[in-house]
Design a protein around this ligand. Structure first.
Ligand SMILES: NC(=O)c1ccc[n+]([C@@H]2O[C@H](COP(=O)([O-])OP(=O)(O)OC[C@H]3O[C@@H](n4cnc5c(N)ncnc54)[C@H](O)[C@@H]3O)[C@@H](O)[C@H]2O)c1
Length: 288
């Protein structure tokens, strides 16, 4: 049988591989013959992986120590780990969901990947509206700063840490969607594709936190798409594995929304907006 996905023997690095979408992706990659390096701060239960590397994505030293344990050449990177911001403050949320991904991309992937490589982040439909000018003025200064220290310094100087952690989630997911547009050209020059998957509500380790933020199960379901249920983790694992596969060899710079028809209706004005605009939230807070 032909290996259409092209993962056989490939070095695949997956953050967040211990739970939810990352675990689902890691399981599929093992089945497809990939050598999977699982990065997470919790032990990874996936059988058949090459190596589990304990890593705390809020800590630069931990990331650096982790990448020392990974082969020099990386074929495929899946930036899936993240936090909702319910249990972490604004700046920590942005550090894990945004700054860690940008740091790994620039410090390690740019140096260790080559022609034919592929990068896919999991961001969120919560980062819908990322392209609106009003939102950009908040996250652009962080993206445009350089390196871990530069981005952390700009973030801290913005004094947003007084805001709740879930707003840090929106900030980071908007910024990550923008980041795909920002870096894809440079990676394309090396033959490496860069994409993101934007999931709708999914039944993972994060579900209870999103449910609490939404104000209950019914409200969470009401903000989801038309499947009448939350997605299963593997329903996000499969499309992200597709994005980094040979099946998607001409797909780069794509933000793939996987939400069963929610965002498209919001964006068309056919359904009330469940995704918030960061700019609008900030204006409301200032006018209080
Ligand atoms: N579940 C949803 O409804 C939903 C919707 C949109 C986007 N997302 C995004 O999907 C991605 C995957 O999350 P999930 O839903 O599978 O949740 P999950 O909680 O099941 O998995 C997240 C994983 O990230 C790891 N992680 C968190 N913080 C870390 C840190 N500091 N260092 C190392 N590892 C860390 C966790 O240990 C866990 O294994 C996240 O980026 C999340 O923001 C989730």
């Amino acid at each position: 049988m032909k290996d259409y996905f092209g993962y056989n023997g490939k070095i695949c690095v997956v953050t967040g591989a211990s739970s939810g979408m990352g675990k689902a992706a890691a399981e599929m990659l093992v089945d497809l013959g990939a050598k999977v390096y699982a990065l997470d701060f919790n032990e990874c239960p996936v059988e058949g992986i090459e190596k589990f590397v304990k890593m705390n994505l809020s800590d630069k030293e931990s990331i650096d120590a982790g990448f020392e344990q990974i082969p020099e050449h990386i074929d495929s990177f899946f930036g899936i780990a993240g936090v909702s911001g319910i249990k972490t403050d604004f700046n920590t949320t942005v550090t894990i969901d945004l700054i860690a991904n940008t740091y790994i991309t620039e410090e390690y992937l740019a140096k260790r990947m080559s022609n034919g490589g592929a990068i896919a982040y999991i961001t969120s439909t919560g980062g819908n509206n990322w392209e609106k000018e009003g939102n950009k003025k908040y996250f652009l200064p962080v993206i445009e700063a350089s390196g871990w220290e530069g981005r952390k310094a700009v973030l801290e100087a913005m004094n947003l840490n007084v805001l709740p952690g879930p707003l840090g989630y929106l900030f980071a997911k908007c910024a990550m969607n923008y980041y795909v547009a920002y870096v894809q050209k440079d990676f394309a020059a090396k033959g490496i594709r860069v994409n993101a998957l934007l999931p709708g509500s999914t039944n993972t380790g994060m579900k209870d936190e999103f449910q609490m933020a939404a104000g209950g199960e019914e409200k969470l379901l009401a903000s989801a798409g038309y499947a009448g249920r939350l997605a299963k983790p593997e329903e996000m694992g499969r499309p992200v594995v597709f994005l980094n596969s040979d099946m998607a060899s001409f797909i780069s710079g794509e933000l793939l929304v996987v939400d069963f028809g929610s965002i498209i209706e919001e964006n068309a004005g056919l359904r009330p907006s469940a995704t918030m605009e960061f700019d609008a939230i900030m204006s409301r807070l200032k006018n209080r």
